[in-house]
Ligand binder design. Structure first.
Ligand code: SF4
Length: 391
C-alpha cells in the first residue's frame, strides 16, 4: 500500500500548481474530461457551485503574481490602478488562458468591471460574463435579483456546451463545496491553534491550489495535509500573533508572506484567497438548491471591503475577528491603488485604536520584488509588542 504523502510533498505539489501560470493542470483536467468546460473567474467571490453543476471546472484567476513579465498588459490600463488586470490581460494575450472556455467577472470593483469590458474587446470569441452580485441583502430585492443572475449564468453555461445545472447536480455540487469549506476552515483552525505547524505562506499555497483543482481532489489534499501536519518536526516559538487584512483580491507575492513570518510573527488569520472562504458555514442540503445558494450569499457572506456593510460596522467585525484569532495585532496589507482595501483602512484603524489593538500597514503589488522595508517594519512591530505588550 502506498504511504500517505508527507506535508512537504503536498506543499511541493501546491507550489508547482502556484507556478503553473500556463494552467497545465487545467489542460490535464480537460484532457481527462473530454467535452467538459473550464471557466475562469476573477476575484473575489464567484458561485463556483453553479459552474461545477454545469459539469465545468471553475478556475480562480488572481493575476500573474511575480512570475509574469508585463509587456502588453500595461497598454490597456492607467498607471494608477492595481496590478492584477495588467497581468491578467498579459496572460490572455500570451495564450496562457486559451484553455479556458469562458470567464466570469464578478462585480468586485470598477477595475474588474473595466477589465471585463477590455476582455470582451480583446477576446470577442470567448464567453465573458459580468456577474452583478447584489448589494441589497433582503430576499425580495437582492435575493430576487441574484437568483435571476444565477439562472441566466446557468443557462449561458449550458448554451456554451455545459450540462444543465439542474437541482440534482447543483445539490451535489453544493455538498462538495460545503465539504471543501469545512476542510479550509479546519486548516485555518490548525493555524490559529498551532501556527508553527502551518505558516501563512503554506496555508496560502494549500488554499490557492483549489483554484485549479477539482473540488474533491482539493478537499482530499487539504485533509491529507492536516493529517500530516502533526508529524512535522517543528517547535513553538516565542512570536507575536498577527491578523493580516486587505489582501482579498490581488494576492501578495509569496516572499511577502514569508518575510512576515520571518520577522518574529505568526500570521494566524488572513483574508487571502477570500473567494474560497466567502460563505461562512454550510449552504446545506435543500430541495431548492439555487434558493439555498442565494440565501447563503445574503446571509453567510463574510465581511469584505467589496461588499456593502449592511448589518454590523466593518470595524466591529474586524475587532471580533482579532479576538477570535487571539491576535496581538493587525497588519493591513493592501495592493497599491486598491480602492476597496485602502478606503476601508481609516474606519478599520479607528475601530482598532478604540479597541486598543495595535496595527501597522504596508502596500504591495503582486510583483513586488523588494521585501526589506516590509521586513524591517514587521520586525520592529513584533519587537515592540514583545517588549511592551499589546495595549
Ligand atoms: S486589487 Fe483592489 S482595485 Fe484591484 S481589482 Fe482587486 S479589488 Fe479591484
Amino acid at each position: 500500500m502506498a504511504s500517505a504523502p508527507t506535508a512537504t510533498e503536498l506543499l511541493e505539489r501546491c507550489e508547482r500548481l502556484f507556478a503553473d501560470t500556463a494552467l497545465d493542470a487545467v489542460r490535464a483536467w480537460k484532457a481527462a474530461h473530454p467535452g467538459r468546460l473550464a471557466i475562469g473567474h476573477l476575484p473575489v467571490y464567484a458561485p463556483r457551485e453553479l459552474i461545477h453543476a454545469a459539469g465545468a471546472l471553475p478556475v480562480a484567476l488572481q493575476g500573474g503574481g511575480d512570475q509574469v513579465d508585463i509587456v502588453k498588459g500595461d497598454a490597456c490600463f492607467q498607471s494608477y490602478i492595481c496590478h492584477l488586470p495588467r497581468s491578467t490581460v498579459e496572460l490572455g494575450l500570451t495564450g496562457d488562458l486559451d484553455v479556458l472556455d469562458g470567464f466570469v467577472f464578478p462585480s468586485t470593483c470598477d477595475v474588474i468591471r473595466n477589465l471585463s469590458g477590455i476582455w470582451k474587446l480583446l477576446f470577442p470569441q470567448k464567453y465573458a460574463r459580468f456577474l452583478d452580485l447584489p448589494q441589497a441583502f433582503d430576499a425580495s430585492t437582492g435575493g430576487r435579483f441574484y437568483r435571476h443572475d444565477l439562472e441566466e449564468l446557468g443557462r449561458e453555461l449550458h448554451g456554451l456546451g455545459g450540462l444543465p445545472p439542474d437541482d440534482g447536480r447543483l445539490r451535489a455540487s453544493i455538498a462538495l463545496y460545503d465539504d471543501n469549506r469545512r476542510a479550509i476552515e479546519k486548516l485555518y483552525a490548525l493555524r490559529r491553534e498551532t501556527p508553527w505547524l502551518c505558516s501563512s505562506d503554506e496555508a496560502f499555497l494549500l488554499v490557492k491550489a483549489g483554484g485549479v483543482l477539482d473540488v474533491q481532489e482539493h478537499t482530499a489534499l487539504l485533509r491529507a495535509f492536516i493529517d500530516a501536519a502533526g508529524s512535522r518536526p517543528r517547535k513553538r516559538e516565542d512570536r507575536i500573533r498577527l491578523l493580516l487584512i486587505g489582501a482579498f483580491c490581488e494576492q501578495p507575492p509569496l516572499g511577502v508572506l514569508r518575510t512576515l513570518e520571518k520577522s518574529g510573527a505568526y500570521v494566524v488569520d488572513d483574508d487571502l484567497n477570500l473567494g474560497a472562504r466567502w460563505l461562512e458555514g454550510d449552504v446545506g442540503p435543500s430541495q431548492r438548491p439555487l434558493e439555498a445558494l442565494v440565501r447563503a450569499y445574503l446571509e453567510q457572506s463574510t465581511w469584505a471591503s467589496t461588499r456593502f456593510e449592511h448589518d454590523e460596522p466593518r470595524g466591529a467585525q474586524l475587532v471580533k475577528r482579532v479576538r477570535r484569532a487571539g491576535a496581538d495585532g493587525v497588519v493591513f496589507a493592501a495592493p497599491s491603488f486598491c480602492d476597496p482595501a485602502l478606503l476601508d483602512q481609516p474606519p478599520l484603524q479607528k475601530a482598532l485604536t478604540e479597541a486598543g489593538v495595535p496595527f501597522f500597514s504596508f502596500k504591495y503589488a503582486e510583483n513586488t520584488g523588494q521585501f526589506q522595508g516590509i521586513r524591517e517594519q514587521a520586525g520592529t512591530f513584533s519587537d515592540s509588542l514583545k517588549l511592551w505588550g499589546a495595549a
